[in-house]
Each structure stands twice: as C-alpha cells, then as structure tokens.
Ligand binder design. Sequence first.
Ligand SMILES: [Zn+2]
Length: 111
Amino acid sequence: MVQRELSVSTRARAGEPVRTCVGCRQKGLAADLLRVVAREAESEGFALVPDPKRRLPGRGAWLHPDPKCLSEAARRRAFGRALRVSGSLDSSELDHLVGAVELSEAGHSGL
Ligand SMILES: [Zn+2]
C-alpha cells in the first residue's frame, strides 16, 4: 500500500495558490509552475509565451519548467485547450526557456 496522494499534496501550504500543470496534470504551487500565455503570431496561429513574472494579460496555462511536462502538454494539445486557442501553436520560446532550465541544472553534472 503506497499512499501517493499524500506525498503530492504535502508541499502546498495554506494560502498559497495552487495550479495544475498542463503537462503532467499534477498540482503544484503557482510559485513552482511557469505561467504561459498565448500571443497572436504575426503570420498565423499563436505563439506560446512564457510569463515567469505573471504579468501578461489574458488566460494563462501553468506548466512545470520541465521538458517532460512541456512535451507531454504539446503531445496532448493541452495548451490550446487551456488557453482557448486553436490552430498552430509556436512553442519555440517556451522550448528554449524550458530546455535552458534543464541544461543549467543537469548539463554539467556528469550523470
Ligand atoms: Zn508537470
């Protein structure tokens, strides 16, 4: 018997906003998740814009800054659903940011 649910929720403290990651669907503190908004792209479709300062207007989607969560969200088209946009979504800015996070944390650890 393993009680996974308990271990997931213990990090949330009272009064802190909790959001659900669009990638892995796990809940986490808003402070631990990256806010992402959609901006109309110049050509067509939308661009996903990371909003680490959470200042951009409009609907936001929340994602762990983790390449696994990003690819999972992209695979399921979770951003389009969360942000209520359809058509093509350009995630290059987000790819860059999330990929950079991974590199800075694990790139030189010599695993
Ligand atoms: Zn996640």
